[in-house]
Write a protein that binds this ligand. Sequence first.
Ligand code: C2E
Ligand code: MG
Ligand code: MG
Length: 722
Amino acid sequence: MDSVAAHSLLFDLLPIGAYRTTPAGKQLRANAALVRLNGFSSEADLLAAATRLESDWYVQPGRRQQFRESIERQGQVTNFVSEAYRLADRTRIWVREAAYVVRDADGAVLYYEGTVEDITQSHTTAQALAENEARWRLALEAAGEGVWDWHVQTGQEYCSDQLKRMFGFEPGELQDLAQELDDRTHPDDQARMRQDREDHFNGLTATYRNEHRVRCKNGSWKWVLSRGMVVSRDAQGRPLRMIGTHTDISARKQAEALIWQQAHFDALTGLPNRRMLRHQLDQALSQVLPGGPGLAVMFIDLDQFKEVNDTLGHDVGDRLLVQAAARIRECLGPADVVARMGGDEFTVVVSGEAGTPVEAGRWADRLQPLLQALLGALSAPFDLGPHRVFVSASIGVASFPEDAQQVEDLFKHADQALYVAKGEGRNRYRFFSREMQAAAQWRARLEAELRNALAQQQFSVVYQPMVALATGHVHKAEALLRWTHPTLGAVSPAQFVPVAEASGLIVPIGDWVFDQAAAQVAAWRQAIDPDFQISINKSPAQFHQRATHTVSWVERLRSLGLPGSSVAIEITEGLLLDTNEAVTMHLNDLRLAGMDVSLDDFGTGYSSLSYLQKLDIDFLKIDQSFVRNLTPGSTDLTLCKAIIAMANALGMQVVAEGVETAEQRDLLCQAGCHFGQGYLFARPMAPDVFERWMRDSTPASRMAQAAEATTSGASGAAGGSA
Ligand code: C2E
Ligand code: MG
Ligand code: MG
């Protein structure tokens, strides 16, 4: 039965072309749609034109052969897409064919029947798309990007050659699977990458963007910036396909790492710096469990570093710091941290062992060997090229959690403990205590109050006579500062002077004292003695001022018509250790202006005799701690005698401080001491009281009555804090 004839109506009504051909390629029938497709108006015209299908129909002659092979092997052809010639005018079109073979009862092939669909339009659109894609790929690759095209649900991923080369692979070396790259992603970066992908899949981000490391063929890691976008989704909105790029950002990451390193580590010693330590401590503290092991923060400060730097230069100073850092490191366990906070300050953080909660006493016991080791390591000699240098260290310790819970407070408390260790004479460690905090708070309070004290006229100056021991004559007095605060009352200079020194407030305050004393000495040179001299205490901090400052003191004397010798400057031994050139010049300027220099509190400081010769010193003041215990035959008497003998040999005069008894006075006088200053003679007095005291006593009476003054104490001391 003729199947085409049987279905003739259907055959002709089909919207797509339909035909029957012989296996040899001769067209037997064509329906109306196929006639139209080929540009004819009748079937006869078409049949007449279609004589040799392999060359007349297919643009690629081999297609007909492929068509036949397929149909003979499988009995049918489906979805056979080719480029063909429209038979009427030989314009090119794209067609999709389907066909099957019709056989006779014996199985011999009778003919082929099939359909032809003109898909030119959709095909060219797809083609254009593909070309478009090829073009942007090319553009991206030219810009140095690797391109990937991921079929999310099948797991297929096509990577451009450029992308493969980025990781050291030849084209074709990596399988076209997303897993290949995922497996090469750094373990630390995977979670983040998955999250960024999920966010994009779920529509939380317009584009996918992630930075991660990929393991290259040679095992090294490369940082890439991956950017992409889902370009198609299924009916449920799940991603089907995602396209994107990889950009090599290793260079940028390296630069960033370098900047980070520079921002968090000390270039000289390679140790973490303050910022890094803060960061590490913040982390450590956030992980500490209640009742768990605590930790200790140790502030270490090298005691004589400044001197080394000043005398031997910064290169030597730097080498010292590098060695000190290494020595500290050697004292520590692997879990302990040491950081350089700047200058000669280091910080060590030691954690308690897991499972041993910090009990105040035991914790300190545990830390002591380490602290001793640190002190020992840092006080051993440093061989720095040709120089052998000795320094020591002071250490302040604060513990978490009992001393403080916050990093900033731990630092503050360790610093307070360090302050105490330094104040107690260096080369030692101190644990933070609540009393230290109270003292620190008191100092802070004093500092705040001191800032207003000058403006509010809370200061006054009192004068204590220095009596010539052999004669009872008085032509010298020491100016001593007094501070009477409206609510705190009289505050002792022993308390506020160090605070004023540390804050720099001593400079304006000291200038004010100088002005008072200068005016006073001018008055007393007229009223009491034309050679009267007032000693003024001057702190090291006042010597670190610019040279103009010295000039102004000299100027002030001159403007009052006073010679330099009307004033003596009292300095401490510590100042002589200061190798700063500005200090030496400053002192010389004072001396050049004719002022006397008096070395205060002699015997309490470093007492190195060598510097006594280096500087012209006029007076040496024996500290009251030696005078206090003077008895016949005492060691202190021997010491006083030695000091006096030495001073005489060097051409200096000696003042004994804190003379309170007639016995002390007599012993000192016998030893050849020139002047005595102390409650035995008079307390520091306000100017009018001083004048009355001078009027009411004679040299002889001062010598005779002196013993009584000891007990009366009522010689009119102003301020009352002496
Ligand atoms: P300094 O210069 O050694 O002053 C001597 C201190 O001993 C004074 O204490 C004085 O009142 C006290 N003193 C005098 N005689 C006796 C005595 O017989 N027995 C006892 N126990 N003490 C006696 P003050 O006035 O409290 O001053 C303490 C320190 O404060 C001074 O020690 C000085 O270093 C500093 N200071 C005082 N006024 C100034 C100042 O105007 N500028 C600076 N930079 N420092 C000052
Ligand atoms: Mg003094
Ligand atoms: Mg003194």
